[in-house]
Design a protein around this ligand. Structure first.
Ligand code: MF3
Ligand code: CO
Ligand code: CO
Length: 257
Protein backbone atom coordinates (compact mmCIF):
# COMPACT_ATOMS: atom_id res chain seq x y z
CA UNK A 1 0.00 0.00 0.00
CA UNK A 2 1.48 3.32 -1.06
CA UNK A 3 1.70 6.05 1.51
CA UNK A 4 -1.29 8.35 1.12
CA UNK A 5 -0.54 10.73 4.00
CA UNK A 6 0.72 13.49 1.70
CA UNK A 7 -2.23 13.10 -0.63
CA UNK A 8 -4.62 13.37 2.33
CA UNK A 9 -2.80 16.48 3.56
CA UNK A 10 -3.49 18.17 0.21
CA UNK A 11 -7.07 16.88 -0.02
CA UNK A 12 -7.67 18.33 3.44
CA UNK A 13 -6.56 21.77 2.25
CA UNK A 14 -8.63 21.63 -0.95
CA UNK A 15 -11.68 20.30 0.89
CA UNK A 16 -11.38 22.98 3.54
CA UNK A 17 -11.25 25.74 0.92
CA UNK A 18 -14.38 24.41 -0.83
CA UNK A 19 -16.25 24.13 2.48
CA UNK A 20 -15.12 27.61 3.57
CA UNK A 21 -16.47 28.97 0.31
CA UNK A 22 -19.94 27.59 1.14
CA UNK A 23 -19.61 28.90 4.71
CA UNK A 24 -18.80 32.37 3.34
CA UNK A 25 -21.67 32.27 0.83
CA UNK A 26 -24.25 31.33 3.47
CA UNK A 27 -25.01 34.87 4.67
CA UNK A 28 -25.39 36.16 1.09
CA UNK A 29 -27.77 33.51 -0.22
CA UNK A 30 -31.13 35.17 0.39
CA UNK A 31 -34.15 36.66 -1.35
CA UNK A 32 -33.31 39.26 -4.03
CA UNK A 33 -29.84 38.14 -5.18
CA UNK A 34 -29.09 36.45 -8.49
CA UNK A 35 -27.37 33.09 -8.87
CA UNK A 36 -24.72 34.95 -10.88
CA UNK A 37 -23.87 36.94 -7.75
CA UNK A 38 -23.26 33.66 -5.88
CA UNK A 39 -20.95 32.66 -8.73
CA UNK A 40 -19.02 35.93 -8.57
CA UNK A 41 -18.60 35.76 -4.77
CA UNK A 42 -17.46 32.13 -4.96
CA UNK A 43 -15.00 32.80 -7.76
CA UNK A 44 -13.40 35.72 -5.92
CA UNK A 45 -13.19 33.92 -2.57
CA UNK A 46 -11.46 30.88 -4.02
CA UNK A 47 -9.07 33.06 -6.04
CA UNK A 48 -8.27 35.28 -3.05
CA UNK A 49 -7.44 32.19 -1.02
CA UNK A 50 -4.92 30.85 -3.50
CA UNK A 51 -7.14 28.42 -5.36
CA UNK A 52 -8.98 28.09 -8.65
CA UNK A 53 -12.62 27.19 -9.35
CA UNK A 54 -12.58 23.81 -11.08
CA UNK A 55 -15.88 24.18 -13.01
CA UNK A 56 -14.66 27.31 -14.85
CA UNK A 57 -13.92 26.23 -18.45
CA UNK A 58 -14.34 22.58 -17.44
CA UNK A 59 -15.64 20.94 -20.64
CA UNK A 60 -16.91 24.33 -21.77
CA UNK A 61 -18.73 25.24 -18.53
CA UNK A 62 -18.67 29.06 -18.31
CA UNK A 63 -19.23 29.64 -14.60
CA UNK A 64 -17.24 28.95 -11.43
CA UNK A 65 -19.79 26.88 -9.54
CA UNK A 66 -23.19 25.27 -10.04
CA UNK A 67 -26.49 26.64 -8.72
CA UNK A 68 -29.34 24.13 -9.00
CA UNK A 69 -32.70 25.58 -8.13
CA UNK A 70 -35.90 23.74 -7.12
CA UNK A 71 -36.54 21.12 -9.85
CA UNK A 72 -32.97 21.39 -11.17
CA UNK A 73 -31.16 18.17 -10.21
CA UNK A 74 -27.58 19.32 -10.83
CA UNK A 75 -25.21 21.44 -12.96
CA UNK A 76 -27.50 24.49 -12.96
CA UNK A 77 -25.69 27.40 -14.60
CA UNK A 78 -25.55 30.66 -12.61
CA UNK A 79 -27.47 33.44 -14.34
CA UNK A 80 -28.07 37.17 -13.93
CA UNK A 81 -31.71 36.58 -14.92
CA UNK A 82 -32.70 34.44 -11.97
CA UNK A 83 -33.38 36.27 -8.73
CA UNK A 84 -33.87 34.13 -5.66
CA UNK A 85 -37.37 34.31 -4.21
CA UNK A 86 -39.00 33.27 -0.96
CA UNK A 87 -39.79 29.55 -1.08
CA UNK A 88 -36.90 28.63 -3.40
CA UNK A 89 -34.30 26.05 -2.46
CA UNK A 90 -30.96 26.09 -4.24
CA UNK A 91 -28.02 23.70 -4.23
CA UNK A 92 -24.66 25.43 -4.50
CA UNK A 93 -21.87 23.09 -5.62
CA UNK A 94 -18.31 24.34 -5.18
CA UNK A 95 -15.14 22.65 -6.41
CA UNK A 96 -11.80 24.24 -5.51
CA UNK A 97 -8.37 23.29 -6.86
CA UNK A 98 -5.34 24.10 -4.74
CA UNK A 99 -1.88 22.47 -4.93
CA UNK A 100 -3.22 20.38 -7.83
CA UNK A 101 -5.80 18.74 -5.56
CA UNK A 102 -9.60 19.04 -5.71
CA UNK A 103 -12.19 19.61 -2.99
CA UNK A 104 -15.82 19.13 -4.11
CA UNK A 105 -18.82 19.88 -1.88
CA UNK A 106 -22.39 21.11 -2.08
CA UNK A 107 -25.17 22.13 0.27
CA UNK A 108 -28.81 23.15 -0.03
CA UNK A 109 -29.91 26.68 0.87
CA UNK A 110 -33.51 27.69 1.63
CA UNK A 111 -34.75 31.16 0.72
CA UNK A 112 -37.03 32.52 3.44
CA UNK A 113 -39.76 30.11 4.42
CA UNK A 114 -39.93 26.92 2.36
CA UNK A 115 -42.67 24.28 2.11
CA UNK A 116 -42.69 21.45 4.65
CA UNK A 117 -42.44 18.84 1.89
CA UNK A 118 -39.34 20.59 0.52
CA UNK A 119 -37.77 20.80 3.97
CA UNK A 120 -38.41 17.10 4.40
CA UNK A 121 -36.81 16.31 1.01
CA UNK A 122 -33.75 18.31 2.04
CA UNK A 123 -33.48 16.56 5.42
CA UNK A 124 -33.84 13.10 3.88
CA UNK A 125 -31.23 13.94 1.22
CA UNK A 126 -28.70 15.10 3.81
CA UNK A 127 -29.36 12.11 6.02
CA UNK A 128 -29.02 9.72 3.07
CA UNK A 129 -25.59 11.13 2.24
CA UNK A 130 -24.48 10.74 5.85
CA UNK A 131 -25.82 7.18 6.00
CA UNK A 132 -23.76 6.38 2.90
CA UNK A 133 -20.65 7.92 4.51
CA UNK A 134 -20.96 6.50 8.03
CA UNK A 135 -20.51 2.88 6.94
CA UNK A 136 -17.22 3.62 5.14
CA UNK A 137 -14.14 1.60 6.08
CA UNK A 138 -11.80 -0.80 4.27
CA UNK A 139 -13.63 -3.89 3.05
CA UNK A 140 -16.99 -2.19 2.58
CA UNK A 141 -18.12 -2.52 -1.04
CA UNK A 142 -19.35 0.22 -3.35
CA UNK A 143 -22.80 -1.39 -3.61
CA UNK A 144 -23.15 -1.07 0.17
CA UNK A 145 -22.97 2.72 -0.12
CA UNK A 146 -25.68 2.85 -2.76
CA UNK A 147 -27.80 0.42 -0.80
CA UNK A 148 -27.67 2.54 2.38
CA UNK A 149 -28.73 5.64 0.47
CA UNK A 150 -31.41 4.03 -1.68
CA UNK A 151 -33.02 2.11 1.17
CA UNK A 152 -33.38 5.20 3.33
CA UNK A 153 -34.56 7.45 0.49
CA UNK A 154 -37.22 5.03 -0.78
CA UNK A 155 -38.47 4.34 2.75
CA UNK A 156 -39.20 8.07 2.87
CA UNK A 157 -41.09 8.03 -0.43
CA UNK A 158 -38.48 9.77 -2.59
CA UNK A 159 -36.33 8.54 -5.48
CA UNK A 160 -32.58 8.33 -6.20
CA UNK A 161 -31.34 9.86 -9.47
CA UNK A 162 -29.57 7.21 -11.58
CA UNK A 163 -28.00 9.32 -14.34
CA UNK A 164 -25.41 11.10 -12.17
CA UNK A 165 -23.10 9.70 -9.54
CA UNK A 166 -20.26 10.44 -7.14
CA UNK A 167 -16.71 9.97 -8.37
CA UNK A 168 -13.11 9.39 -7.44
CA UNK A 169 -11.33 12.71 -6.98
CA UNK A 170 -7.73 13.73 -6.19
CA UNK A 171 -5.46 15.39 -8.76
CA UNK A 172 -8.28 15.13 -11.31
CA UNK A 173 -11.85 16.36 -10.93
CA UNK A 174 -13.60 13.15 -11.95
CA UNK A 175 -11.80 9.81 -11.84
CA UNK A 176 -12.71 6.20 -11.17
CA UNK A 177 -14.53 4.71 -9.42
CA UNK A 178 -18.09 5.86 -10.02
CA UNK A 179 -20.02 6.04 -6.75
CA UNK A 180 -23.62 5.09 -7.47
CA UNK A 181 -26.23 6.27 -4.98
CA UNK A 182 -28.39 3.17 -5.43
CA UNK A 183 -27.34 -0.45 -5.38
CA UNK A 184 -27.17 -3.88 -3.81
CA UNK A 185 -25.34 -4.90 -0.64
CA UNK A 186 -22.18 -7.00 -1.03
CA UNK A 187 -21.65 -6.01 -4.65
CA UNK A 188 -19.05 -3.86 -6.38
CA UNK A 189 -15.43 -3.00 -5.63
CA UNK A 190 -14.08 -3.22 -2.09
CA UNK A 191 -12.89 0.12 -0.77
CA UNK A 192 -9.29 0.47 0.42
CA UNK A 193 -7.26 2.85 2.60
CA UNK A 194 -6.09 5.88 0.62
CA UNK A 195 -9.08 6.02 -1.73
CA UNK A 196 -10.64 9.47 -2.13
CA UNK A 197 -14.08 10.02 -3.63
CA UNK A 198 -17.30 12.01 -3.36
CA UNK A 199 -20.70 10.97 -2.06
CA UNK A 200 -23.31 13.29 -3.59
CA UNK A 201 -26.82 11.84 -3.80
CA UNK A 202 -29.40 13.66 -5.92
CA UNK A 203 -32.87 12.89 -4.57
CA UNK A 204 -36.17 13.69 -6.26
CA UNK A 205 -39.56 14.18 -4.63
CA UNK A 206 -41.13 12.41 -7.63
CA UNK A 207 -39.68 10.06 -10.22
CA UNK A 208 -35.89 9.76 -10.79
CA UNK A 209 -36.04 10.45 -14.54
CA UNK A 210 -33.86 13.26 -15.82
CA UNK A 211 -34.33 15.74 -18.65
CA UNK A 212 -31.44 17.79 -20.05
CA UNK A 213 -32.01 21.41 -20.99
CA UNK A 214 -30.76 22.84 -24.28
CA UNK A 215 -27.79 24.55 -22.62
CA UNK A 216 -26.24 21.08 -22.46
CA UNK A 217 -25.63 21.33 -18.70
CA UNK A 218 -28.80 21.85 -16.68
CA UNK A 219 -30.37 18.55 -15.58
CA UNK A 220 -33.97 18.83 -14.37
CA UNK A 221 -36.54 16.34 -13.13
CA UNK A 222 -38.61 15.05 -16.05
CA UNK A 223 -41.79 15.23 -13.96
CA UNK A 224 -40.90 18.77 -12.70
CA UNK A 225 -40.81 17.54 -9.10
CA UNK A 226 -38.38 19.08 -6.62
CA UNK A 227 -34.84 17.77 -6.26
CA UNK A 228 -32.18 18.11 -3.57
CA UNK A 229 -28.49 17.26 -3.21
CA UNK A 230 -25.58 17.40 -0.75
CA UNK A 231 -21.97 16.46 -1.44
CA UNK A 232 -18.86 15.66 0.58
CA UNK A 233 -15.36 14.67 -0.50
CA UNK A 234 -14.03 11.89 1.73
CA UNK A 235 -10.94 9.72 2.17
CA UNK A 236 -10.74 6.11 3.35
CA UNK A 237 -8.43 5.55 6.35
CA UNK A 238 -7.09 2.34 7.94
CA UNK A 239 -10.23 1.88 10.01
CA UNK A 240 -12.81 4.34 8.72
CA UNK A 241 -13.06 7.58 6.79
CA UNK A 242 -12.26 11.27 6.93
CA UNK A 243 -14.57 13.99 5.56
CA UNK A 244 -12.38 16.64 3.89
CA UNK A 245 -15.23 19.10 3.26
CA UNK A 246 -16.72 19.47 6.74
CA UNK A 247 -17.82 23.04 7.59
CA UNK A 248 -15.63 24.83 10.15
CA UNK A 249 -18.79 26.70 11.18
CA UNK A 250 -20.79 23.56 11.82
CA UNK A 251 -23.06 24.17 8.81
CA UNK A 252 -24.45 20.85 7.67
CA UNK A 253 -28.01 21.39 6.44
CA UNK A 254 -30.53 24.26 6.61
CA UNK A 255 -31.31 26.21 8.70
CA UNK A 256 -27.76 27.56 9.08
CA UNK A 257 -27.78 29.34 12.44
N1 MF3 B 1 -19.25 19.72 -8.90
C1 MF3 B 1 -19.89 18.78 -9.79
C2 MF3 B 1 -19.66 17.42 -9.20
O1 MF3 B 1 -20.00 17.24 -8.07
C3 MF3 B 1 -19.38 18.87 -11.19
C4 MF3 B 1 -19.68 20.15 -11.85
S1 MF3 B 1 -19.04 20.12 -13.42
C5 MF3 B 1 -19.57 21.58 -14.05
O2 MF3 B 1 -19.10 16.53 -9.73
F1 MF3 B 1 -18.90 21.78 -15.10
F2 MF3 B 1 -20.86 21.53 -14.24
F3 MF3 B 1 -19.33 22.52 -13.18
CO1 CO C 1 -18.66 15.81 -7.33
CO1 CO D 1 -19.72 18.93 -6.85
Amino acid sequence: MSNYKEKFEKMRIAGKLAAQTLDMLTEYIKEGITTDYIDKLGYEFIRDNGGYSAPLYYRGFKKSLCTSLNHVICHGVPSDKRILEEGDAVNVDVTAIINEHYGDTSRMFCIGRTAIKLNNLIDVTYESMMKGIKILKPGVRLGDIGNEIQTYVEKNGFSVVRDFCGHGISTTFHESPNILHYGTKNTGMEIKPGMTFTVEPMINAGNYDVKMLNDGWTAVTKDKSLSAQFEHTIGITENGYEIFTESAKGYSKPPYI
